[in-house]
Design a protein around this ligand. Sequence first.
Ligand SMILES: NC(=O)c1ccc[n+]([C@@H]2O[C@H](COP(=O)([O-])OP(=O)(O)OC[C@H]3O[C@@H](n4cnc5c(N)ncnc54)[C@H](O)[C@@H]3O)[C@@H](O)[C@H]2O)c1
Ligand SMILES: O=C(O)C(=O)C[C@]1(C(=O)O)C=C[C@@H](O)C=C1
Length: 365
Amino acid sequence: MKAAILGVGLIGGSLALCLKERTSCHVSGYDLSQKTLDWAVAAGVIDDGSRNLEEAVEDADFIFLAVPVGTIPELLSRLERQSLSPGCIISDVGSTKGKLVRWSEPFRKRGVTYIGGHPMAGSHRSGVEAAHSLLFENAYYILTPSPETPLSEVQKLSGLLQEATRAKLVIMDPFHHDRLVGAISHLPHVIASGLVNQVGRYNEENEWFHRLAAGGFRDLTRIAASHPVMWRDILMSNRGELLKLMDDWLSEMEKVRDAIKRGDAEKIEDFFRRAKFLRERLPERRKGMLLPSFECYVDVPDQPGMIGRVAMLLGEEGINLSNIGIMENREDTAGVLRLVFQKEEDLKRAIRFLNEAGYRVFSFD
Ligand SMILES: NC(=O)c1ccc[n+]([C@@H]2O[C@H](COP(=O)([O-])OP(=O)(O)OC[C@H]3O[C@@H](n4cnc5c(N)ncnc54)[C@H](O)[C@@H]3O)[C@@H](O)[C@H]2O)c1
Ligand SMILES: O=C(O)C(=O)C[C@]1(C(=O)O)C=C[C@@H](O)C=C1
């Protein structure tokens, strides 16, 4: 079997790695950038690469479009004019689905099936260098077939994706999808970027704003470092939903603002109480690479060798650390180490052990 990946970046490259690692597919890549293709072939992400679309999709059983959302229609229309293998299935990984619905009909007339797709896993990083074969593991992977799509073709695609990505395949109406991910992905990206821009303006007057930016600000705004072109395209193709969601957001903020203005302590407490209640009941995330890590923070004197000492102490106890780092925003004599574990059990043992060894340990879990 042959799979063609059009756009060998973070998501296309990760999908290619999954297909190569866990299926017998030959994986061909197509990208605008020759440098990307050369890198991807050398790193074993794809079997071969071409900047010629016809060559890349020749004899392909599966074609995956993994380019920015705004570029998907243009590529689909080029594919519409290509000769494709009969029975070929085309899918995409774009973050919005409603605008692509119209493509299933013209392909179906040619004996080719188009099924929209969206893996609900990713990163603020981009490019093939960030690709990883565990990226989609245990994440949801949404497919949005049209009502006319033959069930056998949906099963063929979901079977391949399940085997390759180890994601949880779900089927959804494309417009329903856009409202859902609008609320839990697109709106949060706008809010995070808005907050970073707002604080960035204050920081131009006084650089302590950035210096003091601690865990809360960083946790909330990681996604503001995502690819601007990708997010431009997502917002442009989900404008209708985004406008409704932003109206709701502004009225939510207006309510808090009112409560603050009126000094209504009860309303303010209710606002936080409700959010805490809901946040604590979010279903547990079980993603592969982006698995929620179990972490704690340890106060240590800022002296050379401290990281090694803590790591060695934990190693001697047989506690597996998956990451260790110094918090970037502490500059004086006390330092804070961030310790990350894959297992909750390791975190609990580490806290107990470090406390016994006299360290002050903080954890938010
Ligand atoms: N990044 C995420 O977290 C994430 C998660 C799920 C879905 N998606 C979707 O996946 C798609 C790809 O995102 P990404 O993060 O992998 O981006 P990326 O920037 O890492 O990769 C995109 C690749 O497409 C190539 N490309 C761009 N225009 C092209 C064209 N016209 N022809 C051929 N190649 C072209 C680029 O050179 C690049 O290699 C987007 O539609 C995005 O909405 C992203
Ligand atoms: O984890 C991140 O950095 C992401 O932004 C991933 C994320 C998301 O919003 O959850 C981003 C866009 C995709 O369409 C799917 C996943």
